[in-house]
Design a protein around this ligand. Structure first.
Ligand SMILES: CC(C)[C@H](C(=O)O)[C@@H](O)C(=O)O
Ligand code: SF4
Length: 470
């Protein structure tokens, strides 16, 4: 009997081309290379300068997401880019993909979307794969049991040219969330609770495997939200063992293997073996998790909605509390919210929009609050519109846009003005992330929608069915 292995170890072992030594990192084969317009221009220039080609165009897939305006093209067909740089990035990726034979979900494609929404939707992301992208939230794809992580621009060039990457094995951490999640508690709340528990740098040097009843109870979108935020705890990647939920979700998608049942048998064998040893184990009680919101400027500064801002443990805590305009000991639910953003690769998927719409149906966004809803992809937009979710949002007074990164990173004019307080479903809340001087509270789609209705940070269970009240 061979030694029991973790999911991470199994996927890693399948992709080692040259093992690492004390002196040199190993060479890892990459199954899927996702590309977007921000981190790829230099990488393409680099390989072209060296006379190299894209080694596996068939394993490379590109999208436009960061620099794309979320307002539609004008009557003249012109896209409303706010900066020349954004237009240039888009046009450069279009040209690079055309030159190198890389498929691009570009303008006009019904598959375009934020890269971490689009990849899984198309079935490009599959269990057991290695997935890389020049983007830190690539960990999202780990929800399917892929080993997925972000790489830098020079590494993007390396992968384009060789389909391989220099890597060292990370340490392994298992985060087990036991118990049943309460109604109104989502994958985002689990993510914020996990990060609050292990800390901003708590995952540094590790690949996290999320396990336990509460994690298994999440749908694939909730699992993607959880894995997406692994990087916010400093982790290299986040993974969840592929199970029937993953198998059912991927079935019938465009790029999945033709012999699906054979693939499924293999995927299900990837789960961590009983008795496998992790370098670190963390256990949380899922039933104890409440809707969460951040009070500071790091994603680990999270607490249940309505809980008092903790007393600062450090000068940086004090600085964060001051920046947010809060006071230690007070609940942040008393502060007027100016902007609510629903979207991003963390929470821009269909169930996220449904959760927000459930709160908003028949209600209005509080006057003086600006609410922006940006679907994560064209597929999400289509599905949401087919269900009439766009109407729920617009009738409530929210803006309904076309897919892109948008206000998550203050792109193309979608930003929070200096000093304004935003409740956002995205993943980063550092100073200025959503605009110069912007103050960001991270929360779930339901909490964000409830806050839009109330005009202050609000526990969504106030607006959900009686059963949800705890
Ligand atoms: C632009 C890109 C490199 C960046 C990332 O790597 O994460 C962005 O997606 C972000 O979320 O800050
Ligand atoms: S939605 Fe936000 S976090 Fe996700 S890739 Fe875009 S900018 Fe990065």
């Amino acid at each position: 009997m061979s030694r029991p292995k973790t999911l991470y170890q199994k996927v890693w072992d399948r992709h080692v081309v040259v093992p690492e030594t004390a002196e040199t990192p190993g060479v890892m084969y990459v199954d899927l290379h996702l590309v977007h317009e921000v981190t790829s221009p230099q990488a393409f220039s680099e390989i072209e300068a060296r006379g190299l080609k894209v080694r596996r165009p068939d394993r490379t897939f590109a999208t436009l997401d960061h620099s794309t305006p979320t307002l539609p093209a004008g009557p003249d067909g012109q896209r409303p880019y706010v900066t020349e740089q954004a237009r240039r990035q888009v046009e450069t990726l279009e040209a690079n993909c055309a030159r190198h034979g890389v498929e691009l979900a570009g303008w006009g494609s019904d598959q375009r979307g934020v890269v971490h929404v689009m990849g899984p939707e198309l079935g490009l992301t599959q269990p057991g794969m290695t997935v890389v992208c020049g983007d830190s939230h690539t960990a999202t794809h780990g929800a399917f049991g892929a080993l997925a992580f972000g790489i830098g621009t020079s590494e993007v060039g390396h992968v384009l040219a060789t389909q391989c990457l220099l890597q060292r094995r990370a340490k392994s951490m298992r985060v087990t969330v036991d118990g049943r999640l309460r109604p109104g508690v989502s994958g985002k709340d689990v993510a914020l609770a996990v990060i609050a528990a292990i800390g901003f740098g708590g995952g540094t040097g590790y690949v996290i495997e999320y396990a336990g009843e509460a994690v298994r109870s999440l749908d694939m979108e909730g699992r993607m939200t959880l894995c997406n935020m692994s990087i916010e705890a400093g982790a290299r990647a986040g993974m969840i063992a592929p199970d029937q939920t993953a198998v059912d979700w991927l079935r019938g998608r465009r790029h999945v293997p033709a012999d699906y049942e054979a693939a499924v048998a293999d995927w299900l064998s990837l789960a961590t073996d009983p008795g496998a040893v992790f370098d670190k184990e963390v256990v949380l009680d899922g039933a104890a998790i409440r809707p969460m919101a951040t009070w500071g400027t790091t994603p680990d500064a999270g607490a249940p909605v309505g809980a008092p801002v903790p007393q600062p443990r450090s000068a940086s805590d004090q600085k964060a509390i001051d920046y947010m305009g809060f006071t230690a000991g007070e609940a942040t639910t008393g502060h007027k919210v100016d902007v609510v953003f629903i979207g991003s690769c963390t929470n821009g998927r269909l169930p996220d929009l449904r959760a927000a719409a459930e709160v908003l149906r028949g209600r209005k966004v509080q006057p003086g609050v600006r609410m922006l809803v940006v679907p994560g992809s064209e597929a999400v937009r289509r599905d949401a519109e087919a269900e009439g979710l766009d109407k729920v949002f617009t009738e409530a007074g929210a803006e309904w846009r076309i897919p892109g990164c948008s206000m998550c990173i203050a792109m193309n004019g979608d930003f929070v003005a200096p000093g304004q307080l935003a409740v956002s479903t995205s993943n980063r809340n550092f100073e200025g992330r959503q605009g110069k001087g912007a103050r960001t509270i991270l929360a779930s789609p339901a909490t964000a929608a409830a806050s839009a209705v109330a005009g202050v940070l609000t526990d969504p269970r106030v607006y959900l069915s009686e059963a949800a009240h705890v």
